[in-house]
Write a protein of this length. Structure first.
Lengths: 316, 516
């Protein structure tokens, strides 16, 4: 029962967060300019009366009190109904469902690439600190963090698509289309993780239990994997988890640069076209995804470091 | 080699690479440089489509693209209706209609156009678009045979035919589940990105003859400067509606032709007949006094840089339904005489009402940049006779006016719409009409409107519009000021372009359009 409490607490927080998120996205649309009834009736080209306008407002529920409209909106959200996209005339969920796989695929592959890059480069730099290899990794981190993603994306397109004709410049028609956007994103995202892992590994390798293991003659590889790496994972997992959440909404620039039909591109287009239903759904879904991922990250600490769970139990 | 030159060289290479990328990205999409290359015309209009659904879209982008057609067309020269996808129509009571659908027409996907396809398209429009429900007032539709569709309206409704010109009543194959509208026009969509560019390619099976162009790249940009720059830079062949300020510059460019035609909307002043100054606005002499303060010609010459025509009634011009203007005198003296006749006190050239100076509110909006300037001009003229006009700028005039106690509103509306006055007259003067922000309810005018709304004979309808227009001017119900021109600019070499009188009722990309 005690083990379930943190999960329960997080779930209650999640419900509160959901209400805040839905209310904010509801308010955005309420405060946005434009009368939906006037717009739908095309008053600038169709002769309509005030009575017809009011009848449509009634039909759309626009004359209802705010709390009733919020209640209806909330009920729709709970049932996965975000209304109809004015951009396409199709249900918002259909549009998002169509766009989400591209973003999820890009985010997942990017995250996997970031993890690989982090472990390889962070590990190399930590194993041989202050050597040429460490300095090369440092340079990579500096350049990667400094380059704007769209600029790197354009450079990659110019080199690999336009000049060398090796990879497609845009779209996800083939799996090769995933390479350039993934590289553009991973190079920009990986540097802080590499730095963190390198620092954590160097710090952990000097700890008492590592020295004790070494004195006992335990193999260096076993020490690295079982003690040093595990001890270094907590700060890394924290920041990786947060990044995976923000990646879902943060691939916007790359999706636009590489013409990937993901939710980021959809949200930007929806914003330009005042397609608020899509914007609302984007805010809520990405917001909740970030929350759930953060929750899972928090809970994962208990597996990575049982001491955290024990501390929690002591406090109680 | 020293480190500094190496750094500089790297920097230069990076810059060169960047420039190469940028220039690669900004290369024109069209271009007909290579001999034998497809003839591609690049057209930049103003408002983009907000959806790919032609029966739902909020702008006329899809109709303008020449990919879709309506049952009834509107001749841009005569503003008369003509049979388009409907070969003919008939009715005896203006409530039960029979439309003969044109034979030998296919949609871009090869499906034949028949009465069922037309019914399905109109039904889809009614299902998704309340504006179409209000415009068509259809009660039921019945497919009589392959090419005959019977339509019953909810009441006697002679305006049905003219409303079938509306851009949301285009006939598309609504059973096609593709990403682009499947119309019957001279061009078909190769790609359609409401937020970006759309590529149109010639429909070789077009029923009314083969188009001269192979491809058209159509985009929209609401920034008039961006449209002008696109034309000047050679990135566009035709731009619709350049800004008034840019017209002299474009005219001075020998590579560019500017084409202006008289539009079908009228800038005017609406008066509030039910507000705090209702007693004054319901006095015809007072209305005439305010009207006399407006120097229409100076609006055309000064504010509109000559790109407009003076108007005195809602249907100006030489159209069959245009009343002969009464052409009353304007100026301070004429205004004061009207104010005196209205019962106001006039002393030393200043007007007072019940011994107090008059202060009124005029509401304007910036979507039409000339309207705030017209409001300023009127404020200056009114000040000369002692009337203070406070200017209020609204973001959305149609949302603002019903919520405020205004006196005067600058307004712009299509008066000659779809070859018929029904839209304007009912919207602007009908009881509770959406554009009747001043809540005018003149019994004589309403009676004339009722008679017009049920008149079936087209010739009689024209005579009635003319009479109503004359009555509105004579009674000075609102002040009709100026008809702005509609303008397009295109590069020399473009042929077959016809600038329409408005953007709502005509295809702009036509089979006759060509590039030399």
């Amino acid at each position: 029962m005690r083990e379930a409490r943190p999960v329960l607490r997080r779930l209650i927080q999640g419900v509160g967060f959901f209400f805040v998120l839905t209310f904010i996205s509801f308010l955005i649309v309420q405060l946005a300019p434009g009368d939906a009834a006037l717009s739908m009736l095309k008053v600038d080209t169709v002769a309509v009366t005030e009575a017809e306008i009011n009848a449509l407002r009634d039909q759309l529920g626009l004359n209802d009190p705010v709390w009733q409209r919020y209640g209806r909106f909330l009920a729709g959200v709970v049932h996965g109904d975000f209304g109809t996209s004015v951009m396409t005339g199709k249900p918002v969920m259909t549009e998002l469902t169509k766009a989400f796989p591209s973003t999820l695929l890009l985010a997942t592959v990017t995250m996997a690439t970031v993890v690989v890059l982090t472990f390889v480069l962070g590990g190399v730099a930590a194993r041989r600190p202050h050597t040429l290899a460490d300095k090369a990794v440092g340079l990579f981190c500096m350049v990667g963090a400094a380059l704007p993603t769209f600029w790197l994306g354009l450079l990659l397109i110019d080199l690999f698509a336009v000049r060398l004709h090796l990879l497609p410049s845009s779209g996800l028609a083939t799996s090769a289309g995933l390479i350039l956007p993934t590289v553009a994103l991973a190079v920009a995202i990986a540097p802080p993780y590499i730095k963190i892992l390198r620092g954590s590994l160097i710090e952990a390798s000097g700890r008492e239990f590592v020295r004790a293991a070494r004195a006992r003659g335990v193999h260096e590889w076993v020490i690295f994997v079982k003690h040093t790496l595990r001890d270094s994972l907590i700060p890394l997992v924290t920041i990786l988890g947060v990044s995976l959440g923000s990646l879902l909404g943060g691939t916007v620039i790359v999706e636009i640069t590489f013409g990937i039909p993901g939710v980021g591109k959809l949200a930007v287009e929806a914003l330009a076209r005042r397609d608020y239903g899509v914007v609302q759904a984007f805010i809520i879904i990405v917001g909740m995804a970030v929350f759930v991922i953060n929750m899972l990250v928090d809970l994962s600490y208990r597996i990575l470091d049982p001491a955290i769970a024990l501390k929690g139990a002591e406090r109680r | 080699m020293s480190p500094r030159p190496r750094v500089l060289r790297t920097l230069a290479l990076t810059l060169a690479l960047g420039l190469a990328v940028l220039t690669g990205c900004s290369a024109g999409s069209g271009g007909n440089a290579a001999p034998g290359a497809p003839k591609t015309l690049r057209f930049v209009t103003v408002y983009p489509a907000n959806t790919t659904d032609p029966q739902l879209v909020h702008t006329a982008f899809i109709l303008n693209s020449g990919t879709t057609e309506t049952l009834v067309g509107l001749d841009p020269h005569s503003l008369k209706l003509y049979p388009w996808l409907a070969e003919s129509w008939e009715t005896e009571d203006a409530q039960h209609w029979t439309f003969r659908i044109r034979q030998g027409v296919t949609f871009h996907n090869g499906a034949p156009l028949d009465a069922e396809a037309v019914r399905a398209a109109l039904q889809h429009a009614l299902d998704v678009n309340p504006g179409v429900v209000a415009a068509l007032k259809i009660d039921s539709m019945t497919v009589v045979d392959d090419h005959t569709l019977s339509i019953a309206t909810t009441s006697v409704y002679p305006a049905l035919v003219s409303n079938l010109v509306h851009y949301n009543t285009v006939i598309t194959d609504v059973t096609d589940t593709g990403d682009v509208p499947m119309g019957t026009g001279a061009f078909r969509f190769e790609s359609f990105d409401p937020a970006g560019r759309s590529v149109l390619v010639r429909n070789d099976q077009y029923w009314d003859g083969r188009a001269k162009l192979d491809r058209v790249v159509m985009t929209a940009n609401e920034d008039s400067n961006a449209r002008m720059l696109a034309l000047q830079a050679g990135d566009a062949d035709i731009i619709y509606r350049p800004s008034l300020e840019s017209i002299p510059t474009l005219r001075a460019d020998p590579a560019i032709t500017v084409d202006s035609v008289t539009g079908t909307r009228v800038y005017h002043l609406q008066f509030n007949y039910v507000g705090r100054h209702a007693a004054l606005w319901n006095n015809r002499d007072f209305r005439r006094g305010i009207d006399a303060l407006v120097d229409r010609q100076s609006i055309v010459d000064g504010i509109m840089a000559g790109q407009g025509t003076v108007a005195f009634n809602p249907f100006p011009g030489d159209w069959p339904f245009s009343p002969t203007p009464l052409g009353r005198a304007h100026g301070t003296e004429a205004a004061l005489q009207h104010f005196k006749a209205a019962g106001l006190e006039v002393n030393d050239g200043k007007v007072t009402h019940d011994g107090k100076p008059l202060t009124m509110q005029i509401v304007t909006y910036i979507a039409r940049p000339e309207l705030p300037l017209i409001a300023q001009l009127l404020r200056e003229s009114a000040a000369q006779v002692g009337i203070t006009l406070n200017i209020q700028v609204a973001e959305n005039i149609d949302e603002y006016l019903p919520k405020t106690d205004f006196d005067i509103a600058t307004y712009s509306v299509l008066t000659i719409s779809r070859g018929d006055g029904a839209f304007f007259l009912n919207g602007a003067f009908g009881k509770g009409g959406a554009q009747n922000h001043g809540r005018l309810a003149d019994p004589a005018l309403l009676a004339k409107l009722d008679a017009y709304n049920t008149e079936i004979d087209p010739a009689t309808r024209i005579r009635m519009i003319k009479e109503i227009g004359g009555y509105i001017e004579e009674q000075q119900f609102n002040s009709y000021l100026v008809v702005p021109n509609e303008t397009a600019a295109y590069r020399n070499g473009v042929t077959g372009w016809l600038t329409p009188g408005n953007e709502f009722e005509f295809p702009m990309i036509t089979k006759d359009l060509d590039l030399a």
